[in-house]
Ligand binder design. Sequence first.
Ligand SMILES: Nc1ncnc2c1ncn2[C@@H]1O[C@H](COP(=O)(O)OP(=O)(O)OP(=O)(O)O)[C@@H](O)[C@H]1O
Ligand SMILES: [Mg+2]
Length: 219
Amino acid sequence: MIVTVVNQKGGVGKTTTSVNLAYVLARTRNVGLLDLDPEGGTTVSFGMRREKVEREIGGKSVNIFDVEVFPAHLGLLRRELEGDVESTVASVRKVAEGFDVLVVDTPPNLGTLSLSATVAADKVVVPVTPQPLTMEVLKNLDSRLKGLNKRALAFTNGSKKPLKEGASSIEFVDVAIPQSRVFTDASRLGVPAVRYDEFRFRNGRLTQHYNALAKVITG
Ligand SMILES: Nc1ncnc2c1ncn2[C@@H]1O[C@H](COP(=O)(O)OP(=O)(O)OP(=O)(O)O)[C@@H](O)[C@H]1O
Ligand SMILES: [Mg+2]
């Protein structure tokens, strides 16, 4: 199963979602995590560096906390600018063959990489941080999804009230990931927030939220 995390808006939690979903799913499944953002947010969140070489998609992986992480590399930029969707979709599907679940993190745009990962996806997940232009962003994404004949599951960091109308391909699930300082602290340390939360506080509150999200996504 391919789970692609998208939102063309930057800084809404795509990387945080990808990293923590992969982390909790890896407790019960064989999980891969593909960083398709040339910026390498997921790569850094697992304490690694972007690779300064051009690779194929899925060309190298490292197992961290039971997640097989495919770090970002310079080849992603070339794909974004020169690559075609069909072959990129095929590459993503090929990587997914080795796993129960492949989680894919995407860049904040609707370019080749995020489009391909969306086409390849069995489940499209949209983290939403309600802000003034959120509805416009979601409507654009919605029309893109309709064009692809895809549906997406969305969640917010709390309130979901203003976001119900106008984007019929995007269904808001009954799970929210509340705001927390843990995310910033964890990303500074290069570990998934769920892991950091468990070690630091031993109450596993974040774990419960991400387990709930994982459940509605993987059903
Ligand atoms: N639920 C949350 N509560 C508080 N902070 C959060 C939450 N989710 C994410 N953050 C923080 O918000 C910032 C942006 O998150 P993240 O990098 O996941 O977004 P993104 O959509 O991947 O951004 P980009 O589009 O630039 O790749 C990070 O500093 C992260 O720690
Ligand atoms: Mg990101």
